[in-house]
Design a protein around this ligand. Structure first.
Ligand code: ADP
Ligand code: MG
Length: 453
């Protein structure tokens, strides 16, 4: 691609993103190279890069493709000049040199690895500890103990992050291994291309020669018959040679529609682990890690107490949205040069906060809890003090406080007009019991999942 093409693309982008956004975010981009399907741009700051990546990368990629440039991905890194003029700041991760390919050997059609997706940057919590442990095991590069490792979970819960982390780790521990990471879509694309160019034998040889094969988002091949077939053979050939395979999908093997039975059962043969929806602690941990990282770049960053807790509490959809919110907040605060307070957060993120407002009602919580403990819904709001009724009622109070934005008095009203101190007492009681009563802790976890899932 020439700078001229980029010039045309910019014209097109003005129309797509509007003049203001264009001037602020696109114009300052400096095209620094295009290689292996990755278009690179220099940006003035790391905030800027993150922001553009999240908001405009897709537009840019699409327009580049429309202009005939073969671009699979766009990347932004802090320009050399900008980086040097910031004396004390360590080099940001996004400014690392070219991305390492998934494979040292250029013949292998691996997808680029995100340098930020490492084990170091992965925050481990209850919902993902098993997946993390399994990924670590595979990344040791020792003898294959389970095959495949099948990771599944909803969007933005860290599947791709873990897969890239495995690839990075293997590259440094076992540079002798041929590690291939790609998405199922790319697998399909390569296969179709090989068919068209009559190079199916080469394709087969290539895929059968790797030591570790990682295929991301395998649900994409469901229903695509010839690709499924080829995937199945590749898979079997590698398993027979005792080569490690790692697969991810958005759901369990048995639940992927239009996937052949024999493939489902092969996928279930190894270790199947799911990434559970995040919990509050994990979200807070991830936010804290991000903030620490940004702080190391920008000493001036000030965040008022309670802001991270607020975000962890309110944005429960997925980690990508959570990170996006934080990035926007930082970008905004740094542009206007203000401290990040709760007010600023609420203003700046109003749309995200609105859309991730759980529609969960207190009534729903009461109903689920009553069902679970086999008591009547009317007992939730009634006066009975019997332990077998009072305890579930407190569980419902606790969940209402945790899972809805309602205040204690509001919750009190919906529990038959109880005083807010009664609700507070109930919430505290459950918090206390939770730490010693594992049955109760399990109940809570289950209920929370039922309610949020
Ligand atoms: P998935 O592939 O499951 O849809 P990703 O791996 O792409 O999700 O994760 C989405 C974003 O959230 C990425 O930026 C990733 O780094 C981040 N993320 C997810 N889980 C974690 C975690 N446990 N610790 C740190 N970052 C995480
Ligand atoms: Mg993914």
């Amino acid at each position: 691609m020439t700078n001229e093409t980029w010039g045309q693309v910019r014209e097109e982008l003005i129309k797509r993103v509007g003049k203001n956004n264009y001037v602020t975010w696109i114009e300052p981009l400096k095209l620094s190279g295009l290689k292996n399907g990755v278009a690179r741009f220099e940006v003035p700051t790391i905030f800027f890069g993150d922001w553009v990546q999240r908001n405009y990368a897709d537009h840019i990629r699409t327009q580049l493709a429309n202009a005939g440039a073969a671009v699979e991905r766009v990347e932004f890194s802090v320009g050399q000049a900008a980086a040097e003029s910031r004396p004390a700041a360590p080099k940001p991760a996004a400014a690392k040199p070219a991305r390492t390919r998934a494979v040292a050997d250029e013949e292998l059609p691996g997808a680029p690895l995100d340098p930020r997706f490492t084990f170091d940057s992965f925050v481990v919590g209850k919902p993902n500890e098993l997946a993390h442990a399994a990924a670590r095991r595979v990344a040791e590069g020792g003898p294959v103990t389970f095959n495949p490792l099948f990771l599944y979970g909803g969007v933005g819960l860290g599947k791709t992050h873990l897969m890239h982390a495995i690839a990075h780790e293997l590259q440094s521990r076992r540079p002798d291994l041929r590690v291939l990471y790609l998405s199922a879509e790319q697998f399909m694309y390569r296969f179709v291309q090989a068919l068209r160019e009559r190079q199916v034998m080469d394709f087969k040889e290539l895929f059968r020669s790797v030591d570790v094969l990682m295929v991301d988002d395998v649900q994409f091949i469901a229903g695509k018959d010839s690709t499924q077939e080829e995937f199945f053979h590749t898979f079997n050939a590698l398993v027979d040679q005792n080569k490690q395979i790692v697969i991810s999908a958005d759901r369990a093997p048995g639940e992927i529609k239009d996937l052949e039975e024999r493939i489902k059962s092969r996928l279930q043969c190894g270790l199947v682990v799911d990434l559970h929806p995040t919990d509050y602690e994990l979200r807070l941990g991830i936010l804290q890690q991000k903030v620490d990282f940004y702080r190391s770049q920008y000493r001036g960053l000030v965040i008022a107490g309670g802001v991270l807790e607020f975000l962890a509490h309110r944005i429960t959809t997925n980690v990508r949205v959570l990170e996006g919110a934080l990035t926007r907040l930082f970008a905004f605060a740094s542009l206007v040069g203000r401290e990040i307070t709760l007010d600023l957060t609420q203003d700046c993120l109003a749309d995200i906060l609105r859309s991730s407002d759980r529609k969960l009602s207190i009534e729903e919580i009461q109903r689920k809890v009553a069902e679970h403990y086999n008591i009547r819904l009317s007992d939730m709001i009634g006066p009975k003090r019997l332990r077998t009724i009072a305890r579930p009622r407190q569980v419902a109070m606790y969940l209402a406080k945790q899972l809805t934005p309602r205040s204690l008095p509001e919750i009190g009203r919906r529990f038959g007009g109880r005083d807010h101190t009664t609700i507070m007492h109930g919430v505290r009681k459950i918090e206390e019991l939770m730490t010693t009563d594992s049955q109760l802790a399990d109940d809570l976890q289950l209920l929370r999942r039922l309610l949020q899932g």
